[in-house]
Design a protein around this ligand. Sequence first.
Ligand SMILES: Nc1ncnc2c1ncn2[C@@H]1O[C@H](COP(=O)(O)OP(=O)(O)OP(=O)(O)O)[C@@H](O)[C@H]1O
Length: 424
Amino acid sequence: MSSVSLESVSLAYPGGRLGLADVDLRVGDGEFVALVGPSGSGKTTLLRTVAGFLTPTAGSVRIGEAVVATAARSVEPERRGLGMVFQQHAVWPHWNVGRNIEYPLRRAGVARAERRRRVAEVLELVGLSGAERRDPATLSGGQRQRVAIARAIVGRPRVLLLDEALSALDEPLRDRLRLELRALTRSLGLTVIHVTHDRGEALALADRVVVLDGGRVQQVGTPTELIERPASPFVAAFVSDATIVPGRLHGAFRADGHPLEVPAARLRVRGGAADPASAADPASAADPGSAADPASAPGHARDTDDMGAAELSIQPEHVSVVPDPEGDAVVSSSLFGRSGDELVVDWAGVTIRSRASGVRCGEGTRVRVVVERADAFPSGALQSGSTGSGRLAPPRDAQSGGAQAGAPEDLPAGSEAAAATVGS
Ligand SMILES: Nc1ncnc2c1ncn2[C@@H]1O[C@H](COP(=O)(O)OP(=O)(O)OP(=O)(O)O)[C@@H](O)[C@H]1O
């Protein structure tokens, strides 16, 4: 078992396109980390760089204590002690299950009797005992993926890399394999990096989730941190389907050219030194709204300050709608959800999502929108790129904004002076 560290890793593809930009990330020994981000954000590039199929153009990659890649030198993939599972073509159809699984052991020159023993052992681990002689064509999709997982772990890798490993499977099989995979990797103490398009899967499986955009780490955090304390409007929108509304913050938040107004009592101001998401040590970050976290709690939005332009991030769980024939909003889409309908509401030109518990509302219903709680991100506020041990990286737009003073640790912790500089 081993940790994986990327230090200031950049990767430019031939032709100049940037796959990764100055990525710092440390995945702890035995930790399960998921990589998420929009298409083209760099997830696969990061995984392939750790695997050794791509060489960084700057920075270094370590597995355990060993440096396995720099711009000048790269250890071959098969010598990095990794197991890998991909979405497709994972099992060779012309070999039986046993031969598929023993392949890495053959390459490593492991003796026949030992190979047999280890194949039987991993088949049992993935719930396919006795399947050595089965033809892969006779297996279900889920069984084939179990074979791929068995092959990835038979060599007792230090690190397991999963590239959309469950994406080709249908629910509920996928759900079951998710649980099995989590239990298996935990029992083996494996360090796992899992790339997935499925945000729900990432949040369900991972100890920490890395959100990428444009080849940069936008935030690293536990699932709870990403939902409760997103570091930027981008992360809130990507992870939680938050609606982002531009406006001004002066005690209350007032949207630009729109009736939306949220009183200070329902706001948390984010991105300043007092914001837990800016804390370098997540253990020191208090729960939002707790007594230990007065500066970012709703109702403590530094009422007297004109903080200037800001973006409001509203999570669907914090939006309720009230049917009202006089209301100024209309439900444009309604999908059944277990605890309440998933609504899309057109409110004076702003499309806002609602997932409030208990609300049932049909399409075309005229409603009033009530924002119960929201996060305000003042423009120019310091926005932490991570809440975990990963990198503190301002988002791209913040970097070009010219108002950045550097990383949050440049500021005295809890400094009022720091808080007062966030306005424009
Ligand atoms: N072989 C390549 N040559 C040039 N550019 C590439 C190559 N592979 C990826 N890129 C570019 O690198 C960036 C990151 O791509 P990457 O495949 O890592 O993203 P991703 O997050 O895995 O995307 P997806 O979710 O669509 O698989 C994108 O801009 C992409 O166009």
